[in-house]
Design a binder for this molecule. Structure first.
Ligand code: SF4
Ligand code: SF4
Length: 174
């Protein structure tokens, strides 16, 4: 039983999933560059070493099962956002499945499907507008006797972020 769920994400306990969609399984396999997701034999070694296993609404080996079954609900799991990308699961998998890389792909799919948590969206906007993920706190700097935060020209940063397509991730599928 999960101890808690995070933000917009709810527990999956007792949920009846929609019919499987083999095309979704194929799409995920292709995204990551030819993964054989059916190689997963559910040993759960990935979950056993996952540092966020007590924080997520579904375990990483269950995510892998959902992918094999083609359950698109996988895009609603908090695992894809709470994953620390530590690569422990990928290192441990006896079947050589690139689990963490798959999670990166799922994150992109979830983002394009409009399922990104609001905090991620505001962090992105803040980065684009100010060049910083978090506003610096002047009083902390004063306490530490640091110089004031230097001003910088945001235009160059914006040019770089525009080239990366940061604010257009949703348009990739259009
Ligand atoms: S470690 Fe690999 S084979 Fe085992 S459950 Fe996780 S993904 Fe599947
Ligand atoms: S990469 Fe993510 S899913 Fe894999 S063990 Fe680390 S936190 Fe867990």
């Amino acid at each position: 039983m999960m101890t808690e769920s995070w933000g917009q994400f709810k527990t999956f306990e007792g949920k009846k999933f929609e019919a499987l969609d083999p095309e979704f399984t194929k799409e995920v396999s292709t995204l990551i560059g030819g993964q054989d997701l059916t190689a997963c034999f559910q040993c759960a070694k990935c979950s056993a070493g996952c540092p966020v296993s007590d924080k997520v609404n579904i375990q990483i080996h269950e995510v892998m099962r959902m992918l094999v079954f083609g359950f698109k609900d996988v895009l609603d799991t908090d695992m894809i956002w709470l994953c620390t990308t530590c690569y422990t699961c990928q290192e441990r998998c006896p079947q050589g499945i690139d689990i963490t890389d798959i999670l990166f792909g799922l994150k992109n799919m979830a983002f394009r499907a409009g399922k990104a948590p609001s905090g991620y969206l505001s962090a992105r906007q803040g980065l684009y507008d100010t060049g910083r993920l978090y506003p610096p706190t002047e009083w902390e700097r004063e306490d530490l006797e640091l110089d004031p935060v230097p001003e910088f020209n945001i235009d160059d940063t914006k040019k770089l972020l525009d080239k990366m397509g940061l604010m257009k991730l949703e348009d990739d599928t259009q």
